[in-house]
Design a protein around this ligand. Structure first.
Ligand code: ADP
Length: 369
């Protein structure tokens, strides 16, 4: 039996170890502790109050507060399940049946492995679609390695709330962008558990002031984790674009991803495959092709699985530089690489249109938790 006497300062001191990821301040400084702290023997209860209607970090903060109290006060404190959350009154309502009413098509971009160029393809596809006159939003859902702030030259941006308390996406090259990287230090995110990550993600999707969009692209984290499924199943995703290199190890993972999406429990349409790093073409020899990662691996996989091959993107130094410099090559629509991404965008549009023409309303997956 515990032999300590609990008192409020003991609790508030412990809570000062919990930081609010949005600002980096501790939650006491941030004013998130409501004035309902109760202590009854070893039982402690209180609420976290948020000035917004929703907060992507609420659930993770509750867990972090529990851990802080159990760690810094005593493991015997009865705190589990005793922390409430209070949000500002909603100024707007999210319709769970249709969380993104202004969005016509939602495209998830997936890769089985990291490093195959999923984010590069997402960024360039978004820019190419915007260049073609579509209204485009891009969500960087790669919680553990957000790269869109850099790729869109938006590092350090801190999106603000609009009058309805929704998060206003940042914008560059005609694309509205939200990334978890705008809100947290990526090093902190690597410690997040699946639940925290998918919650934050969901909030960015449903609480973003996306407005009217023709295409809403979601750059998923690599692999086939629960985060993907939760995200994809909550939204009526139009389809998935799978990015891979032609290399056998990457193809094996791409195949795994495709079969996950095709699984009857998930049942999300595959719009097609993108073969990235399809060949290397030196700038000075634009007609030469060197098949560094193997030749046409994705093309063959697409044929085998009967899915579209949406594009083949070569390895070109300017693509890498465009990513690092915060100006995707697709911005230069007439360059060789710009044309490759334009073609990809046109093929994605065609695949979406085909899908929408042939879709039966009930086929769209909407699983609510
Ligand atoms: P992922 O999102 O799959 O982890 P990235 O898009 O971050 O992969 O790409 C990994 C690295 O490869 C980055 O440095 C990126 O600039 C580079 N890269 C991706 N695609 C190409 C390409 N087609 N040509 C040249 N470099 C590329």
């Amino acid at each position: 039996m515990a032999d300590i006497q609990l008192y409020p300062k003991l609790i508030t001191d412990a809570l000062m170890n919990v930081r609010y990821p949005g600002t980096g301040k501790n939650i006491i400084e941030e004013g998130l502790l409501a004035d309902d702290l109760r202590i009854d023997g070893m039982k402690v209860s209180f609420s976290l109050q948020f000035p917004k209607e929703r907060d992507p970090f609420a659930n993770s903060l509750v867990k972090a507060c529990e851990t802080a109290i159990l760690t810094y006060v005593s493991p015997d404190v009865e705190i589990k399940g005793n922390i409430g959350t209070i949000f500002a009154q909603p100024k707007h309502q999210v319709d769970p049946e249709n969380p993104l009413p202004g969005v016509k098509n939602i495209i998830a971009i997936h890769s089985g492995k990291g490093g195959v160029g999923k984010s590069t393809v997402s960024a360039n596809l978004a820019v190419a679609l915007a260049n073609q006159g579509y209204k485009v939003g891009l969500l960087d859902a790669d919680i553990f390695g957000p790269s869109m702030p850099k790729m869109f030259h938006l590092e350090g941006a801190r999106p603000v709330g609009d009058d309805n308390g929704k998060i206003v996406p940042e914008e560059n090259y005609g694309v509205k962008v939200l990334s978890i990287g705008f809100f947290v230090n990526p090093d902190d995110a690597t410690m997040w558990r699946g639940g925290m990550a998918s919650n934050a993600l969901r909030q960015l999707i449903t609480e973003g002031a996306w407005g009217e969009l023709d295409y809403f692209l979601i750059d998923l984290p690599p692999g086939t984790s629960d985060i993907h499924l939760t995200t994809i199943q909550t939204l009526g995703v139009t389809g998935v674009v799978v990015v891979s290199t032609p290399q056998p190890v990457a193809l094996a993972d791409a195949r795994k991803g495709i079969s996950m999406f095709m699984n009857e429990k998930v049942n999300v349409p595959i719009l097609g495959l993108v073969e990235n790093m399809a060949w290397f073409t030196p700038a000075e020899l634009p007609n030469n092709k060197y098949y560094i990662f193997g030749k046409e691996g994705c093309k063959q996989l697409a044929e085998e699985l009967n899915v579209n091959l949406l594009g083949q993107i070569p390895i070109v130094q300017s693509i890498r530089e465009g990513g690092d410099d915060g100006r995707p090559v697709a911005c230069d629509a007439n360059s060789m690489t710009g044309l490759a991404f334009n073609q990809l965008a046109a093929n994605v549009v065609a695949a979406v249109n085909y899908r929408n023409e042939n879709i039966v309303a009930t086929e769209r997956v909407r699983v609510h938790k």
